[in-house]
Design a protein around this ligand. Structure first.
Ligand code: FES
Ligand SMILES: [Fe+2]
Length: 347
């Protein structure tokens, strides 16, 4: 078949915007749960300074990191005592779950008055998620891959800062063509094009592509007896920036979940989980191997992402293999249109 037939030449402008604000009402990942303790941790979410820490009942609290007295950062100067009271390091003002309790030597018995707006905070699936106050009408939950609840799977996780806009980072994970072309360990640069591409919408805010690719000669799949000619990939997205990539061959399943935290227009923190149902004995070695492979994969993606011009990422040469990215962009636009953009300000 003439490969050119697969191209859709577009006449529209090739400039694509990236959103400079977060999608209203949705939860964003901010930390791996095990990393959150009493110590106040800074989080930048689309340039908004937040602080997260565990309070006296071990719940995670999220509010502005900026002290409402003279602007000191709680995360840089402050501490949380055993009862969960946050104490600013500049003049010692005390706060409990965002409520002002008083100053050293002048504590109020019944604190009233000043309250830092709290961000809704959910601890789920080994992660901490937050969403901006004021979106009670919109109910959306965080997505977990079924593998996260399946005892046959083992999970490792980590995070990486990528110097690129979060939409571009998420789109990279939804880019079926680059898998074979960019990733040396499991790709196939000689014959990278996916086959049997199918896309299926999963409501207004999620979608799924499935496709096959031919493993590289010498890869695990090609060494199986009988050799597996094709690897099945399922690639899903869930707004605002969660992806699930499930790779299956001969009953072995490796599922990568990524969640993008927009730091600002030029930086993203990408949280990742890898679930596997093989190499689960001697977990230390298996974990180390999978960790290494994931870091190598991220290195390869980060190298490309550093050199993508976000405005031109929908050029006139679009192919059917770009379908998941396209649907993700449409879902973002649809969400923005139905909820109206909510520009973040310091809270
Ligand atoms: S700046 Fe925080 S107590 Fe003064
Ligand atoms: Fe990749």
């Amino acid at each position: 078949m003439n490969k050119l037939l697969l191209l859709f030449l577009t006449t529209a402008s090739s400039l694509v915007n990236v959103t400079s604000f977060i999608l209203p009402g949705l939860y964003y990942p901010v930390a791996i749960a095990r990393d959150v303790a009493r110590k106040p941790l800074p989080v930048l979410l689309q340039d908004t300074r937040l602080v997260i820490f565990r309070n006296g009942t071990n719940h995670v609290v999220t509010h502005s990191d900026v002290c409402p007295h003279q602007g000191a950062l709680f995360s840089g100067t402050g501490s949380v005592d055993a009862g969960g009271t946050l104490i600013c390091g500049y003049h010692g003002f005390h706060f409990c779950n965002g409520r002002f309790l008083g100053m050293p030597g002048a504590m109020t018995k019944r604190p009233r008055g000043f309250q830092l707006p709290l961000w809704e905070t959910a601890e789920k699936h080994g992660m901490v998620f937050v969403r901006a106050p004021g979106h009670d009408g919109i109910r959306r939950h965080v997505h977990a891959a079924p593998e996260a609840e399946d005892g046959r799977f083992r999970c490792i996780r980590g995070a990486r800062i990528v110097q690129q806009h979060h939409q571009v980072v998420t789109e990279n994970v939804l880019d079926m063509m680059h898998i074979s072309y960019v990733h040396k360990a499991f790709g196939n640069r000689v014959s990278p094009l996916p086959t049997e591409v199918k896309y299926e919408a999963m409501g207004d805010f999620a979608g799924k592509s499935s496709f096959c690719y031919r493993p590289r000669p010498g890869s695990l799949a090609s060494l199986l007896d009988p050799p597996f000619p094709e690897v099945l990939v399922e690639n899903e997205f869930f707004l605002p920036g969660t992806t699930v990539t499930r790779v299956s061959v001969a009953g072995f399943v490796k599922t990568v979940v990524t969640r993008a935290l927009p730091i600002n227009d030029g930086a993203t923190k990408l949280f990742w989980e890898v679930h596997r149902n093989f190499f689960t004995d001697g977990v230390g070695l298996g974990d180390a191997v999978m960790h290494n492979l994931m870091e190598q994969t991220l290195d390869e993606d980060v190298h490309i992402l550093r050199h993508v011009d976000a405005r031109h990422r929908e050029g006139p040469l679009q192919t059917k293999y770009d379908v998941t990215i396209k649907k993700y962009r449409q879902a973002v636009e649809h969400w923005m249109a139905t909820t109206a953009g909510h520009f973040l300000t310091e809270t």
